[in-house]
Design a protein around this ligand. Structure first.
Ligand code: ADP
Ligand code: MG
Length: 624
């Protein structure tokens, strides 16, 4: 194109495109889902802007918030256009090629490990999936603040940007022209496109239209009249064959009036864009919930669990909350840096934000879904909205719902386990329900632990959800309640020891005496566990006791033992004094005769208020 400017893709983007365009990945379908999801995001953005500035929406067709898809046999292209916010020249350069997102390298890494291309949307690079089906893509875009531009690339390391002098004015929004590869001609089919929209994009909250060619019966008289008119204009006659066929057919059917077939182009509405959350839960199928989940989450595996409810009272809202089956790739890595909020806030059906810290606490930000409130004001800025007192109420209710959902899964698991131990089968929950919490814990157990650290209000509720191994649990995980159920008579403390592995902790001198006396000891082996215990001091009136700390007291000593302790202390007095003196280390606080060991001669313990050795190790490694 004359006057086009050339840009090179940022190195990682370039590598990504190279992988995509040469990919043998068979499920190329996903490109359509990604492009429609981008169109929907762009529509959400303009609708949001128009709340405070009506002018932004434009007039006439431009104000119609819709997505249109059509095939153009002449240029052999598949076209997707939205009337969303559009992109300025600068946006095109930055968003589509020169700035790599954090997800770009993460996705490359995943792909190298044989990860699934399907995940591309989660990494924030979904646009490039269009090169699964195309070797030449044009993005034509018009933003309110700029003129219309064409971005074009054959994925050969560079892209061009030029002012658009060839296409129709878009008014506002983006048109993606996809020149389909020979191997991807299956997408040049209305049937295929319809199927894909239905499968992946049914719950997009804007109407999606597909241009279809239909044969319609046209009465002959009307047609003749038209043709006369055409002849006057000197146009050629068309569809002669069609006309003959039609006449034959009408003879067979013996219709009173002669008709003929004509091909007409129409816009078919493909999705039911009525908000699913407005429907009654009893009228929504499991399949629909899972489809909607994929539309809101960019995930492609089914959600593990969900809850659809309506909150009433001072603050009214509707919500569908989903717990994913798998934690997002950067949920823990980026925990403190990037608040990933999968929960979308709508006000009266209008999307406002998916970045509202005020909606859900960080440790639960793995939850996806929507909250739609009629109570919140619609025409205020995001900043003002964040100040709304109603948001606090919503957050509280959302947290309660999520914790309820998790608690129920956890209770089912415990119930199943108890039934299995007793060999009961009657009314036993399904295998799927029994296994649900195990899956949850594997993915989000650490989020629960972070919750214990961060959410003091729900600390006890969260503690109930903890799972861990103990000296008595064998291969199975156990709970605090189960531990308490097994406590020895007179036992006041819940004993635990933290370390790097179950085996190491079990063999530690710190627990020798405890185990010998038959006390159960919790083995904490996750780096987070000791931080958690720093916040969880007791549970159900029982104090937690760290076996590696100085003040560990065994509660079942009798008088004889106590007397013996005293004698020993006396007789070793000289030794302990001498030891403390020769050690001459300011970190050494004391040397004592101890009764905590069974076979090990001596052990270094931590003061009551000091960091345990394990904690020191963690802090040194800065593991979390
Ligand atoms: P993501 O959607 O996760 O941000 P994508 O790779 O799908 O990642 O898109 C990259 C960016 O390109 C988007 O964030 C957006 O800024 C821009 N973009 C893509 N498609 C459109 C569109 N149809 N309208 C406006 N902007 C778009
Ligand atoms: Mg996208």
């Amino acid at each position: 194109r004359a006057g086009a400017e050339e840009f090179t893709f940022q190195a990682e983007v370039n590598r990504l495109m190279d992988i995509i365009i040469h990919s043998l990945y068979s499920n190329k379908d996903i490109f359509l889902r990604e492009l429609i999801s981008n169109a929907s995001d762009a529509l959400d953005k303009i609708r949001f802007l128009s709340l405070t500035d009506k002018e932004q929406l434009g007039t006439g067709e431009t104000s119609q918030l819709e997505i249109k898809i059509w095939l153009d046999p002449e240029t052999k292209t598949l076209n997707i256009r939205d009337r969303g916010i559009g992109m300025t020249k600068d946006d095109l350069i930055k968003n589509l090629g020169t700035i790599a997102k954090s997800g770009t390298s993460a996705f490359l890494e995943q792909m190298q490990k044989g990860g699934d291309m399907n995940l591309i949307g989660q990494f924030g690079v979904g646009f490039y999936s269009v090169y699964l089906v195309s070797d030449y893509v044009e993005v034509i875009s018009k933003h309110n603040d700029d003129t219309q531009y064409i971005w074009a690339s054959t994925a050969d390391g560079s892209f061009s940007i030029s002012e658009d002098k060839e296409n129709e004015p878009l008014g506002r929004g983006t048109l993606i022209k996809i020149h389909l590869k020979d191997e991807a001609q299956e997408y040049a089919s209305e049937g295929k496109l319809k199927e894909l929209v239905h499968r992946y994009s049914e719950f997009i909250n804007f109407p999606i239209y597909l241009q279809t060619e239909k044969e319609v019966d046209v009465p002959v008289e009307e047609e003749e009249a038209k043709e006369e008119a055409k002849e006057e204009e000197g146009e050629e006659e068309e569809d002669e064959e069609g006309a003959e066929d039609a006449e034959e057919e009408t003879k067979e059917e013996e219709k009173p009036k002669a008709t003929r077939k004509e091909k007409r182009k129409e816009w078919d509405l493909l999705n039911d864009n009525k908000a699913i959350w407005l429907r009654k839960p009893s009228e929504v199928t499991e399949e629909e919930y899972q489809k909607f989940y994929k539309a809101v989450s960019k995930d492609y595996t089914d959600a593990l669990n969900y809850s659809h409810f309506r909150a009433e009272g001072d603050v009214e809202f509707r919500s569908i909350l989903y717990i994913p089956s798998i934690a997002a790739y950067d949920f823990y890595d980026k925990y403190y840096e990037k608040a990933q909020h999968g929960l979308k806030l709508y006000v009266r059906r209008v999307f406002i934000s998916d970045d509202m810290k005020e909606l859900i606490p960080r440790y639960l930000s793995f939850v996806k879904g929507i909250v739609d409130s009629d109570t919140l004001p619609l025409n205020v800025s995001r900043e003002m909205l964040q100040q709304e007192a109603a948001l606090k109420t919503i957050k509280k209710k959302v947290v309660r719902k999520v914790l309820d959902m998790i608690r129920k899964m956890a209770e089912t698991e415990v119930k199943c386990k108890a039934m299995e131990e007793k060999g009961e089968t009657e009314d036993k929950p399904s295998e799927k329900d029994c296994g649900q919490y195990g899956k949850f814990w594997e993915q989000f157990g650490r989020a629960i632990k972070l919750g214990i650290i961060e959410d003091s209000t729900n600390r006890n509720r969260l503690a109930k959800l903890l799972r861990f191994h103990t000296s008595k649990s064998g291969d199975k995980l156990t709970t605090l309640d189960e531990y308490i159920g097994r406590m020895k008579e007179g036992q006041k403390n819940i004993y635990y020891l933290a370390g790097t592995s179950k085996e190491e902790v079990a063999a530690s001198p710190f627990v020798e005496q405890l185990l010998k006396k038959g006390y159960e000891v919790i083995f904490f082996t996750d780096v987070l566990d000791e931080y958690v215990m720093g916040h969880l001091l007791d549970y159900d009136d029982k104090k937690f006791a760290n076996a590696s700390k100085e003040d560990l007291k065994l509660t079942d000593k009798d008088e004889v033992e106590k007397k013996k302790d005293k004698e020993l202390k006396e007789s070793f007095k000289d030794l302990t004094k001498w030891w403390k003196k020769v050690a001459d280390d300011k970190n050494l606080q004391n040397v004592k005769v101890s009764s905590r060991l069974a076979t090990t001669p001596c052990v270094v313990v931590t003061g009551k208020y000091g960091n345990s050795a394990n904690m020191e190790r963690i802090m040194r490694a800065q593991a979390f």
